[in-house]
Design a protein around this ligand. Structure first.
Ligand code: AMP
Length: 141
């Protein structure tokens, strides 16, 4: 059975997708720690991030960088925090979390709630910034 994230990749489950290429997809976290909290995943279904092949792992980080650059243009913040937990969903993923202070990236904080319209607006803005900043290829060069 595919992971919940594979269902998002296959469009069997809805998600607020912000970026996609052949090997990766990024979408808003449904229980965000911050406005714009985004998950970046490889399309290959592997649970633990450090079980990914080196090349796949490297490309995932390069794709996440492009998403983070787009995200920072849309959500004013000091940094885009990067975290990997993976205890809940068995499909490798990177959390990108806009942050102004260290507490913003604490997973024990209460999660935020946004309306569908707010999620859609945020996803649309990040998508636009991503498209403006990338030619959609994820190479290591
Ligand atoms: P973890 O596996 O501990 O890194 O956490 C998984 C993350 O995925 C959590 O932050 C959840 O809020 C998020 N999540 C779970 N299901 C979905 C979904 N269907 N769409 C978006 N985010 C999700």
């Amino acid at each position: 059975m595919g992971s919940i994230f594979s269902k998002i990749i296959n469009r069997e489950l809805p998600a607020y997708i912000v970026a996609e290429d052949e090997q990766h997809i990024a979408f808003l976290d449904i229980n965000p720690l911050a406005e714009g909290h985004t998950l970046v995943i490889p399309k290959v279904e592997i649970d633990y991030i450090y079980d990914l092949e080196n090349q796949t792992l490297a490309q995932l980080h390069v794709f996440a960088k492009k998403v983070a650059i787009a995200l920072k243009k849309i959500v004013p913040c000091k940094r885009i925090g990067v975290a990997v937990a993976g205890l809940e969903v068995p499909h490798a993923h990177i959390h990108l979390i806009p942050m102004n202070q260290i507490a913003d990236i604490s997973f024990s904080r209460p999660k935020l709630n946004f309306t569908k319209a707010q999620y859609e607006k945020m996803a649309g803005q990040i998508t636009e910034a991503f498209r403006a900043g990338t030619n959609h290829t994820t190479t290591l060069s």
